[in-house]
Ligand binder design. Structure first.
Ligand SMILES: [Zn+2]
Length: 276
């Protein structure tokens, strides 16, 4: 006999349990790391709130939310279905991030001129706008495959210090591979943004995987998909390049829940590929 509390502790894998498993109204992991895309399970038609804010619930009961890289404490999850109400707490597990020191950048790389700053601003706005999109698709719920085989040169959360000045943490994963190496969709999705020759990101693609979950592909040489196209897991969406601000051919791979930048390597079935 499995105790009810043990079933609840199984959290995100709740839907893998057989039908006799008490049909919980709400199943989430008891704890999750900073940067994690948390996938929970309720039931179709239930109203689910994360920290008081309503989130979408898929036809199969799947819902999701992200934990920011620097968030501490816990997330409060509530599900309501008819007169039934369930509440769970997801404790946030802090991480220790790497520090990356980069020296000797040319001056125009460190402080761009005003017209370039304006472009960077406009491009960031287009990206942020695309990340407001939400649909009831649950393509994120099956996890993410690695989009390319290569060498990881920078991990999520690295604190970058440029010429002694602390900069924003690196909230994605850099994977170096030869130029022209195919990049493949990590899950089904819809192309929600094509960015051509962006200052920082070069050729950029955003994929929408449902419920505000998106992934981004930065520095590509060739983009092989069109805006609005539905892509399948494993489909070639572009190729590794060195466009935008990149020091060599690599993919910057990002995962978002709306504007919250997450760690895609916490959603892949296999751990990080080899480090540089
Ligand atoms: Zn990067």
């Amino acid at each position: 006999m499995i105790a009810r509390r043990d079933l609840l502790a199984l959290g995100a894998i709740g839907w893998m349990l057989p039908a006799w498993a008490d049909d919980p109204l709400l199943a989430v992991p008891a704890a999750a790391e900073q940067g994690k895309l948390v996938v929970g399970r309720s039931r179709a038609g239930a109203q689910v709130r994360v920290d008081g804010e309503p989130v979408e619930v898929g036809a199969d009961g799947a819902f999701t939310f992200g934990i920011a890289y620097d968030r501490t404490g816990s997330a409060q999850i509530e599900a309501r279905s008819g007169s039934r109400l369930a509440h769970r707490q997801v404790d946030i597990m802090p991480r220790i991030y790497e520090v990356q020191r980069i020296n000797g950048l040319p001056e125009n790389e460190v402080s761009p001129p005003p017209q370039v700053l304006q472009r960077i601003h406009d491009e960031a706005l287009a990206i942020a706008q695309a990340r407001t999109r939400t649909t009831d698709a649950v393509w994120f719920a099956g996890g993410l495959d690695w989009p390319v085989a290569g060498i990881v040169t920078s991990v999520y959360g690295s604190q970058r210090v440029l010429d002694g000045q602390p900069r924003a943490p690196h909230l994605g994963i850099d994977i170096a591979a030869p130029a022209g190496t195919p990049i493949r969709a990590p899950a089904d999705g819809v192309v929600s943004l094509i960015g051509s020759d962006y200052v920082l990101d070069g050729n950029l693609t955003l994929l929408d995987h449902g419920q505000g979950v998106s992934t981004c592909y930065v520095h590509q040489s060739v983009i092989a998909v069109k805006l609005g196209e539905h892509v399948r897991r494993g489909q070639r969406i572009g190729t590794i390049g060195v466009t935008g601000r990149a020091t060599g051919p690599n993919l910057h791979w990002g995962l978002n829940w709306f504007q919250v930048k997450l760690d895609p390597s916490l959603s892949t079935p296999t751990p990080l590929p080899p480090r540089a």
